[in-house]
Write a protein that binds this ligand. Sequence first.
Ligand SMILES: [Zn+2]
Ligand SMILES: [Zn+2]
Length: 334
Amino acid sequence: MARTNKLVTSTLRPRLVNGRFGDPALFVEVAHERRALLLDLGDLARLSARDLLRVGAVGVSHMHMDHFIGFDALLRVNVGRDAQVDIVGPVGLAACVGAKLGGYTWDLVDRYTTELSFVVHEVEAPDTVKRTRFRFSQRFAAEAEGLVPVQSGAVLETPHWRLCTAILAHHGPCLGFAIEEPVRVNVWRNRVEAAGLEVGPWLKALKAAVRDGLPDHTPVALPNEGTRELGELRPLVSVERGQKVGYVTDVADTPGNRTAIAELCGDADTLFIEASFTRADADRAAARAHLTTTAAGEIGRSCGARRLEPFHFSPRYEDCEQMLLAEVASAFAG
Ligand SMILES: [Zn+2]
Ligand SMILES: [Zn+2]
């Protein structure tokens, strides 16, 4: 196997919790962050408590049962802990979260010193989010925080990722999501070795300093001892476009949706996209405001996605997974 000089690691590691046929839920781990993201809250029984406890940011496409029934699992594991979970979704999400929380008796909250908060971000318009907080100590009564402008297209943001959304059409509004790494810093092994240094964990600090835009005189600790200035070490790495993961489900095949998805998920490294029905069942797909395999493949191509991961296959095709995959692949290839 050829030894590559550019050491590329993935920051975003997405996986479908329930495969291509089960309830939608995409668990996304982020390298160097304990906090994980979860897109859609279908049945979460297959996520371990350990993974559930890592979920700090959630995207809910819409509140049909197969995308929202897992909320209780997330609630259950967090009660009694200090945690904040941000939940991004369409208009109506705060009422649905409030109704879920209102389904239990919270008379024992005074016995806890911990605080659990769900912060709901309803995307009202591309540039406006309505924020509502639900706190354990307040027995999860809704606390309106008003309208918040969306900064540079991202509803949520950390140094490692940004969560962007588009309002798409299903039966009602349904959000599409894109998780973007702002920039990617890659280390070049040959350059490290030519500088008389070793490849090792110390490079994490170098990458973080470059990513955070620190000044040239910043000292960076070397593997054995001593430091060098960041400016001197910069040539060991290259700064490139960050990784991007798209997620689109439960959308009608309309020109408006196709345009909005191409804008949101353009250039995605991986696009997770529903392909609920076969191309032969296009009538059924249209009646239910879902995509066919062919539409999913075509949309993936129009986004310029490097990899397409179709999911939300209707259970009626349980015995023909290969046929569905082949239909998506042929439309994706064009
Ligand atoms: Zn669905
Ligand atoms: Zn739906």
